[in-house]
Design a protein around this ligand. Structure first.
Ligand code: HAM
Length: 438
């Protein structure tokens, strides 16, 4: 086969055999988030480039090196979203949601695009589940948000994730910290990469998350921001920890977490796995008290996090977590001849409309090939229809597990099948909840 092209490097197809895993984690996350009052927002996949330049920050790796930016036919600079926060905040402002009752709590499932070097857990198109809580200044909001991420992992059965938290202070305490960083990095200026030499003047904190190994080595001994927090930021961070303790959520304070995006203030956090290689940060987030103003709105202290779906699935696979299987085919109708095909189409249509998964032959295959296919898709019941069954008006329904065959009058088939199927489902449910032995 000579394919004319393949999928773009750093992108992934999710095939039907595995898409139920994505659906399961995505549905679970939206459902758990709704228990905390978060409801879904959907924003466009592309935005004006300046949204990310201003929002994410023009000295970040994301903006400087990784954005998919292009000019559209109208000459505007457009960027595929590298993350979900900036778009959510733009929508919050554009639709005047800051005039509604605060906090506004939104959740989202989005594809994101970053031109990074692909490796395990690092893609150029990846997917995030995220939440943003807009208009919540109290430290209890930080802990509630971390609690939400914790509950999502717990609900999905994901263990062994380390929660690391830090405070990176407010613009006030950061002035002194920036001065200390500048002094430290200035002494190592010749060792830094070109981008970081520029960052030294504009935003020395960004040197701390440069991906170059040389810059990372220099950054390892740099001053830490926790030593420079003002009284208010210290009190806030202490209160966040008190709430986490009250909620019995284990964490460690890691003074080296600074996150790679410019909008963060005060609390930042990450959930990190040690089981999936170098790209172990499954979830990251924090407070961004200045972002709404930065994008032209009022002062609305806010916070959020995003969780990488692909990394989460890597962790779940590495931990052997089982996923609920999609509903199998309940009935396969094999047919011989035109009259049988018409009868099968009618039965299948009615049962599917009543929510039963049913399949019929759509390939014109031999009976033997049809039954082989029914076995492959794991059909629970089969029905073989030919001229004889149509003439006699009696259908033979076969239970593929027990081998039992039931003769059913054609005009009672729908009702009888539905009754049988419901009884089987009830028995499965009872078994699942340990109410009755099968
Ligand atoms: P982030 O740390 O850049 O934060 O990304 C969040 C998560 O997205 C990461 O922890 C990781 O699981 C996943 N991720 C990031 N880059 C990639 C990649 N190249 N391939 C695969 N997965 C990736 C943000 O995006 C912030 N917007 C989070 C946030 C929301 N902060 C406040 N609100």
């Amino acid at each position: 086969m000579a394919l004319i092209t393949k999928a773009i490097k750093g992108t992934q197809d999710v095939l039907p055999a595995l898409s139920h895993e994505n659906q399961y984690v995505e549905e679970t996350m939206l459902r758990v988030a709704s228990r905390y009052g978060f409801h879904e927002i959907r924003t466009p996949v592309f935005e004006h480039t300046e949204l990310f330049q201003r929002g994410v920050g023009d000295t970040t790796d994301v903006v400087q090196k990784e954005m998919y930016t292009f000019e559209d036919k109208g000459g505007r600079s457009i960027t595929l979203r590298p993350e979900g926060t900036a778009g959510a905040v733009r929508a919050f402002l554009e639709h005047g949601l800051f005039n509604e009752a605060l906090p506004q709590k939104v959740s989202y499932l989005t594809s994101c695009y970053r031109y990074e070097k692909p490796q395990a857990g690092r893609l150029r198109e990846f997917h995030q589940f995220g939440v943003e809580c807009l208009g919540a200044p109290a430290p209890s909001a930080d802990a509630e948000l971390i609690g939400l991420a914790h509950t999502i992992f717990e609900t999905l059965g994901v263990g062994d994730l380390a929660l690391e938290i830090n405070s990176i202070g407010c613009p006030e305490c950061r002035k002194q910290y920036h001065a200390a960083l500048k002094a430290y990095f200035a002494a190592h200026e010749t060792e830094l990469c070109e981008t970081c030499r520029e960052r030294l003047q504009k935003n020395p904190m960004r040197i701390l998350d440069c991906k170059s190994p040389v810059c990372s080595a220099v950054a390892a001994d740099a001053p830490v921001v926790l030593d420079y927090l003002c009284e208010d930021c210290k009190t806030h961070f202490d209160a966040v920890q008190a709430h986490l303790d009250a909620m019995m959520i284990p964490y460690v304070v890691n003074p080296r977490i600074v996150r790679g995006l410019d909008y963060y203030t005060r609390t930042v956090f990450e959930f990190v796995s040690s089981g999936i290689g170098a790209q172990g940060t499954v979830c990251g987030g924090g407070r961004y008290d200045g972002l709404v103003e930065e994008l032209g709105g009022p002062h609305v202290p806010s916070l959020g996090f995003a969780l990488g779906i692909e990394r989460l699935l890597l962790v779940m696979h590495s931990q052997g977590i089982e996923f609920p299987q999609p509903d199998p085919c309940m009935l396969y109708i094999a047919t011989m001849g035109e009259r049988a095909a018409l009868a099968a189409a009618s039965v299948a249509q009615d049962l599917r409309a009543s929510d039963f998964p049913v399949e019929v032959d759509v390939c014109g295959r031999s009976l033997k090939a049809q039954m082989k296919y029914a076995g492959k898709i794991g059909a629970q019941y089969t029905l073989v229809l030919g001229d004889d069954e149509i003439d006699r008006g009696v259908y033979a329904l076969k239970d593929m597990t027990s081998g039992e065959v039931t003769q059913i009058a054609a005009d009672e088939f729908l009702e009888t099948f539905i009754e049988k199927a419901i009884l089987a489902m009830e028995s499965d449910l009872k078994e699942m909840f340990g109410l009755e032995e099968k």
